[in-house]
Structure formats: structure tokens, C-alpha cells
Design a protein around this ligand. Structure first.
Ligand code: 1GP
Length: 240
């Protein structure tokens, strides 16, 4: 079995599917056979055990690697190739930094598949997105503050994945590149507002891994076109 860290270290493009949003079998098939490197399952609200297990089972008809963003013990479904545990660096509610994770571990720590699990430090930079609201994130950061958070995750916490989250809005690629260039070991995921091949290419040239979410549900052909664009992008995709 391939180690989970080796798996996501090779990801340049992933689709993020939300268990709380409906997707037809046909659309799901096209996503899973698109040539994307992986599927991330996660959402900011309405994620339950039942809708997560249902979506996983449907994705499992295909060979594409599939990981779960584990945001609560309630939705800890076994059977994924890997688990990413978000810790929100700039959360206003401190339980989203480490509190919820500790609570879940107090209950389920002895069952955790640690070899398949990685910490994922989130920096939420779009104040209008649901994740920002749920975590009460302080998103009005200067570039220097964003870089400091990134350094904290990468060098102090040594978290293997840093995720710049602009969900719903296309972010500041110059800042994304600056963050990537100062990382010592973490892999940089970028997600937010990618809906065209040009955006996919620009993001893939700025981050190690790009995450495409919302456009899947509104314009499937546009979503599918981001795969080839990311793969054609120059530069940033290798291991951190
Ligand atoms: C959401 O970062 C992902 O968590 C992707 O963002 O939905 O805006 O594509 P979009």
C-alpha cells in the first residue's frame, strides 16, 4: 500500500466534494475519471456520518485516491485512503485550532489510523466563506501576518500540509507564491474560486496542489477543464 504522505506529495490537482451537496452518478463518474490526482471529501457544514459514508462508497467504485478532511468525530468514516485533520491557524474560536481535535482524540484516539493521517494547517483568507464564519477566522491579514502563520505551521508545528483557503473567491497568487517559496517542508494546498483553465494554471504555478470545489456543482465541463490546465502548469507541482 502506498503511504498517504507519498500519495498527497504527488497531488497537483484535486477535486473537493461536499457530502452535503448532491451530485449525480454521471457527474461523479466524470469527476473520478477526469485524471485528477485525488478526491478530497469535506465541507464546512452539514457533514454527517451518513452522507460521508454514502459519498465514499460511491467514489470507491473508481480507482482515484480519496481522502477525508476530518472536521468532527461524528463524521469519522473508516475506509478512506487518507485523513487530513484541519487546524485553523487564524480561527477566532480557539476550539477550531486544537480543541475539537483533542476532544475527538480523547474519545477515538486509540482507533486512529495514524499512518494514514496528516495534520492540515488551514489559513482562511476569504472572510465571506462558510469556513471563515464557522471558525470566526480573522481574515484581514497583512501579507507579513499570513507569512508568519505559514511559518508557524511549517517550522514550529511541522505540519505536512498548509492549506490557503479562499473558498468561493480566487485568491492573491502573488501571496500564494510567497508562502510556497518560504516553506521548508510543508506542501502547499491552494483552494478557492478556480473555475477556468487560466485560473487553474495560475494557481498550479503558485501552489503545490490546487483544490477545485464549487465549480463542480455549477459548471461540470469547466471543472473538468481545470485538470489538464493544472497538469500543464509549469514549476510548482513537485514535492515540497
Ligand atoms: C473549498 O478550497 C476549496 O474548501 C475549493 O474552493 O469551492 O471555491 O473551488 P472553491
Amino acid at each position: 500500500m502506498i503511504a498517504f504522505s507519498d500519495m498527497y506529495a504527488a497531488w497537483r490537482h484535486v477535486f473537493k466534494l461536499d457530502p452535503d451537496r448532491a451530485i449525480s452518478d454521471e457527474a461523479l463518474e466524470r469527476i473520478c475519471l477526469s485524471g485528477t490526482d485525488g478526491i478530497l471529501v469535506g465541507g464546512s457544514s452539514g457533514v454527517t456520518y451518513d452522507n460521508t459514508v454514502d459519498l465514499m462508497a460511491r467514489i470507491r467504485r473508481y480507482e482515484v485516491p480519496c481522502a477525508l478532511e476530518l472536521t468532527g468525530a461524528d463524521s469519522a468514516v473508516p475506509g478512506f485512503d487518507g485523513y487530513l485533520v484541519p487546524m485553523v491557524l487564524n480561527a477566532g474560536r480557539t476550539d477550531w485550532i486544537v480543541g475539537r481535535q483533542a476532544e475527538a482524540l480523547a474519545e477515538y484516539g486509540s482507533f486512529m489510523p495514524w499512518e494514514l493521517t496528516a495534520g492540515q494547517a488551514y489559513l482562511i483568507l476569504n472572510g465571506a466563506c462558510t469556513a471563515a464564519k464557522v471558525t470566526e477566522a480573522r481574515t484581514d491579514l497583512s501579507a507579513d501576518e499570513a507569512l508568519a502563520y505559514a511559518q508557524l505551521a511549517d517550522r514550529l508545528w511541522r505540519v505536512p500540509v498548509l492549506y490557503l483557503e479562499y473558498s468561493g473567491a480566487f485568491g492573491d497568487m502573488a501571496l500564494v507564491r510567497r508562502v510556497r517559496d518560504q516553506l521548508s517542508q510543508a506542501r502547499l494546498f491552494y483552494g478557492g474560486g478556480i473555475s477556468t483553465p487560466e485560473q487553474a494554471r495560475a494557481a498550479a504555478e503558485s501552489a503545490h496542489t490546487i483544490v477545485v470545489g464549487n465549480v463542480i456543482y455549477g459548471d461540470l465541463p469547466a471543472a473538468l477543464a481545470t485538470v489538464a490546465a493544472a497538469k500543464r502548469a509549469i514549476g510548482a507541482g513537485g514535492s515540497a
